[in-house]
Design a protein around this ligand. Structure first.
Ligand SMILES: [Zn+2]
Length: 471
């Protein structure tokens, strides 16, 4: 039962009195009342904002209590103040190397936007609690992997402020970095950029290097970064002169499908207000996975706003019939659907290590300095690399982002607006190797959105299993 699970899990945390009482209630009328309360409760049963210890303890508890379904992860970089950043991955057989497409959801790039972390972790509970009970969620956990990082900017959250600590040893707020202006793609533009808060260089901050590393090492077909507030659903471009995304039609369609569920207003980010160096533009132009900013809640205040967190998530009270949870479900359906990404299939030797890589430069914007000085754009070497171990029968199905890359508006020579249909016909480099790392075969795979390509790894199979001399 979901309820028994919730009580057990929350035993060491804060148990809402009503939920705790229900487990022991023998009174049928009270039980009905409690069921109604349960229906209006968040998946975790929480009624107050979490502290960082709550996030960290709960993610650890979820992974301990659901082995095989939930994997605890520690992100590669500590924060500027030396704190660890944690997340969880959720899918069936979570420890396997499975080639599933990934939905990556995160919260709190801005440390004072508490509801963004709450909705992120609640969606994780939702999937975990309903696995094996709700056929839709059970199917989606067969098809896709979901990565959750509820608190990206841990230092900022500890200080309850928007910015991270930046390079200031004392965390002086004047030196803080708005890490959602620090992503390298289009960094430093004069559109809404601030030379201090954008950080000392493109992608300089460890908090976003975590997100870039995870995105570069997984096939993230949909990315959602939760923020507050305003009930908007934002997609590229983050400044108007960059032009529409080459995948604007698909982007708009998914925006509309999600907005139909949560009632938010979908728009291109730069038409809200222009910024630079944000998450979704970097992730889209690096990987072609569709990235979105969700501005959840209508109020920015974090005091006494938990009822709104609950109603916005569930679609109750003031948001009756419009649920952010359902918008997240649409995103997960899309992330899992091969029509929205690419698939590489084939047969290799059992236990071979397959790796796909891409290397290219992205560019910052022409960089606005003090006064009217504009420095030339900086190249940002970008490396994508994912791995898959071939299963026992050797047959693999690898859900990947297209090798064909959206043409970026930020270039060596400045900003050149792109638009629908403008792509660079690039390939994935796929290697087949022994577990020792010895590469036995290399092929180039060109695959576009919605396409499936089969690769033959005959040479790898022959050499992997053969006893002949190795060169
Ligand atoms: Zn924000």
């Amino acid at each position: 039962m979901t309820l028994a699970l919730g009580v057990g899990l929350l035993g060491s945390l804060s148990i809402p009195a009503a939920t705790a009482g229900f487990a022991e209630s023998a009174d049928p009328a009270a039980a009905v009342q409690e069921l109604a309360a349960q229906a209006a409760a968040l998946p975790s049963g929480r009624t107050t904002y979490r502290a960082i210890t709550d996030y960290n303890d709960e993610m650890l508890a979820l992974s301990t209590q659901h082995p095989g379904l939930v994997k605890h992860i520690t992100l590669p970089h500590k924060t500027r103040q030396g704190r660890e950043v944690y997340g969880i991955e959720v899918t069936h057989d979570v420890d396997a190397s499975d080639g599933k497409p990934v939905l990556f959801m995160m919260g709190m790039h801005h440390g004072n936007e508490w509801p963004s972390g709450e909705h992120t972790l609640e969606f994780a509970y939702d999937l975990i609690n309903n696995d094996g009970k709700d056929p839709r969620i059970t199917r989606l956990l067969d098809q896709a992997r979901v990565i959750f990082v509820p608190v990206v900017n841990v230092d900022g959250f500890m200080l309850n402020r928007r910015t991270s600590c930046g390079v200031s040893p004392t965390c002086a707020s004047s030196a803080g970095v708005d890490i959602n202006r620090n992503y390298p793609f289009g960094w430093g533009s004069n559109a809404g950029s601030n030379a201090t808060t954008r950080g000392p260089g493109p992608g300089s901050e460890p908090e976003i290097q975590n997100i870039m590393d995870l995105t570069s090492a997984n096939q993230v077909t949909v990315l959602i970064t939760n923020h507050t507030s305003g009930h908007t659903l934002l997609r590229p471009p983050l400044e108007k002169r960059a032009g529409d995304a080459p995948d604007e039609a698909a982007y708009a369609a998914l925006t509309d499908a999600m907005a139909a569920k949560n009632g938010y207003t979908g728009m291109k980010s730069g038409f809200d207000y222009e910024t630079t160096g944000e998450t979704p533009d970097w992730s889209y132009y690096a990987t072609r996975g569709l990235g979105f900013t969700f501005e959840i809640m209508k109020t920015q205040s974090t005091n006494n706003t938990y009822p709104e967190v609950i109603e916005d998530y569930l679609g109750t009270g003031r948001y009756e019939g419009k649920s952010n949870r359902e918008a997240f479900m649409v995103a997960l359906e899309y992330a899992a659907d091969p029509a929205g990404h690419s698939v590489i299939t084939g047969q290799g030797p059992k236990g071979a290590v397959l790796t796909i890589t891409k290397d290219f430069d992205l560019w910052t914007a022409p960089i606005k300095q003090a006064g009217s000085v504009i420095d030339p754009p900086i190249a940002v070497p970008t490396h994508l690399e994912s791995r898959l171990i071939t299963p026992t029968n050797g047959k693999f199905t690898w859900h990947v982002n297209p090798s064909v890359r959206p043409a970026p508006a930020y270039t060596e020579t400045g900003v050149v607006a792109t638009g629908p249909g403008k792509f660079l016909k690039e390939s994935w480099t796929l290697t087949c190797a022994r577990p020792t790392g010895e590469v036995l075969e290399t092929v180039h795979v060109t695959v576009d959105r919605g396409e499936q390509v089969e690769v033959r790894l005959q040479e790898c199979k022959t050499r992997f299993n053969g006893n002949g001399p190795k060169d």
